[in-house]
Design a protein around this ligand. Sequence first.
Ligand code: MN
Length: 280
Amino acid sequence: MSQRIASRLLPTRAVTEGAGVQVRRAIGTPELRELDPFLLLDHFGSDDPDDYGAGFPEHPHRGFVTFTHMLDGHMEHRDSMGNRGDLRAGGAQWMKAASGVIHAEMPRQTRGRMRGFQLWLNLPAAEKMSAPDYRDFSADDIPEVTDGATRVRVLAGEYGGRQGALRDPHTGLLYLEARLPAHGRLDVPLQASHQAFVYVFEGEAAILGHPVPPHHLAVLGAGDSLGLDAGADGARLILVAGRPLGESVERHGPFVMNTRQEIEQALADYRDGRLVRPRA
Ligand code: MN
């Protein structure tokens, strides 16, 4: 067993998304354009409806998967596949945009806290123009592994002998949300071939003695396990890992393809109303 270190520690960038929603961006920034297979990580979180009320009105995606994880609040999703989903605290949504989806993600609350993550997972070239797909999971669908006061929710992949709610075949995604008590310890086996990161959203955690402050992303180095130690106030964090695709990445806003030409095609298809294929 070799322990993974925090090879890079990155703060988030404040970004305005959707119709004016403030998010903290941790992947997809000038400092970290991508972390193959992860294209983007946004952390949204506010107690102020003015920060999130405008939501994410109708917009397109092509070429990848969006994975949304709600910590607090209530969002409604509608898309061109005909899906309507309610995202509530503790739940998650997996949307394979692939050849093209147009969707809206709108708050269904006018007060209180809205908090969560959106992660973009790249698709291999052979899947980018495949048919879109969609699944959502309520908090009850997500297994929780407890060890004393440490609680680990297994959103995707496997941990502690529990299979997560989601199996992402393209990246072998592991997505854990952990809550550690003061000075709590968490050990997680990781595939040596997988890219992995930790994002702390409450408290502080240390990796081999190196602190990861709140709202920081720790990119993990090589190895097949991770040990985390929470600070005096405990910690809440996500640990995410996935198999790198090793393919070229061309991106333009909501479109992520392999070549510039495919991006031009996506822009033309969206402009001409051909992004979304008629359903069979
Ligand atoms: Mn979207």
